[in-house]
Ligand binder design. Structure first.
Ligand SMILES: NC(=O)c1ccc[n+]([C@@H]2O[C@H](COP(=O)([O-])OP(=O)(O)OC[C@H]3O[C@@H](n4cnc5c(N)ncnc54)[C@H](OP(=O)(O)O)[C@@H]3O)[C@@H](O)[C@H]2O)c1
Length: 312
């Protein structure tokens, strides 16, 4: 049994690592239906649940709703007890209370659930009032359609606004989901990680493997193709290779892969739950091996020092 942690001050408990499902049904960015398909997703789900990784992160926009549909089907088929996190995108043309309720009902229908455990605002769209969004969230909690409120891609200041608006309704802000990995350490310097700790908000780390760049599958001589080629182009190749070498070296001392070491480093930051995206059983098995052991303090420091370039 994996140890569990609470999402913020809520009574929702999750394993130290979740499962990202943007890949499930998403053709354009990830190539669903080409290099992997429904059977692979099914295996990723089963392996994850069997390993105790029962937090699944999806969104209404992933695969145009397909990610929520696939996840809902798998939950129904397996009868597994899981924690579902989904997201609402407050596009400027559909952000009022009615549009919010309709989007939530659509997500519930695709998931086949009567409530969502953690409902997150996907992005802070500038023209959309944060207090108004939090009021809509609080109404959904009161209606029993969501259990906890989260945000995503919110700055420290935006988090405070959300936190205060929810406080007026006696509801805690449970989570802020942001891009955080060894190759993206911005939350450590922009106040988000500190504010999460101060307000008791759990930081959910998305793209924790830097979309594959921390796994060792891609190297300066072997770039990822498709949309991820841009991140590769922008990468400082020499510094990246040094990080890959260090991950490999440290991994050997624990009999773990670079991806497992990268995820373990994130978990060690405390109050951080990474959600690596899994396309298949191999990914799920590997990601499950990132928990249940610890890097030494010296190894964590070595990784932190080797990635200072990305602490900006
Ligand atoms: N809130 C937001 O705005 C936001 C934004 C992005 C993502 N997310 C969420 O965060 C989740 C994770 O982020 P992400 O998918 O962008 O990036 P990620 O988890 O850093 O990378 C996922 C990719 O890495 C590769 N991979 C995964 N596990 C692996 C393993 N064990 N060994 C080798 N390669 C492995 C796979 O790609 P290949 O096999 O193709 O290399 C996989 O598609 C998403 O699924 C989504 O739920 C949220």
């Amino acid at each position: 049994m994996l140890e569990t942690i609470a999402l913020g001050p809520t009574d929702i408990r999750v394993p130290p690592l979740g499962v990202g499902t943007w890949q499930w049904g998403e053709r354009g960015y990830w190539g669903y239906g080409l290099s992997y398909g429904q059977r692979d997703i099914e295996e990723a789900f089963v392996v994850s649940v069997n390993a105790g990784l029962t937090l699944f992160d999806t969104a209404e926009i992933y695969g145009g709703g397909q990610s929520e549909r696939l996840l809902g089907d798998l939950i129904r088929k397996s009868q597994a007890s899981v924690v579902v996190a989904s997201k609402y995108m407050p596009f400027p043309w559909r952000y009022g209370p009615t549009a919010f309720r309709m989007a939530l009902d659509d997500s519930l229908q695709r998931l086949g659930l009567d409530h969502i455990d953690l409902y997150q605002i996907h992005w802070p769209i500038p023209v959309v009032s944060i207090p108004d969004l939090m009021d809509a969230m609080a109404d959904a909690v009161a209606d029993g359609k969501i259990r906890a409120v989260g945000v995503s891609n919110y700055s420290a200041e935006q988090m405070r606004q959300a936190y205060e608006a929810l406080q007026r309704r006696n509801i805690p802000l449970a989570t802020n989901q942001v891009n955080y990995s060894l190759l993206k350490r911005t939350p450590e310097v922009n106040g988000v990680l500190d504010t999460c700790r101060e307000l008791n908000v759990t930081l959910i780390a998305y793209s924790p493997l830097a979309q594959g760049l921390l796994t060792g599958r891609y190297t300066p001589l072997n770039p990822p193709m498709g949309p991820r080629f841009l991140s590769y182009l922008l990468m400082n190749k020499r510094a990246w290779q040094a990080v890959l070498d260090l991950l490999q070296h440290i991994g050997k001392e624990h009999d773990r892969t670079p991806a497992q070491v990268a995820l373990n480093w994130l978990i060690a930051q405390g109050n951080v739950v990474p959600i690596p995206g899994a396309k298949n059983a191999r990914h799920a098995t590997s990601n499950a091996g990132a928990v249940g052991w610890s890097l030494t303090p010296a190894q964590r420091d070595a990784l932190s020092d080797a990635t200072l370039l990305w602490r900006c």
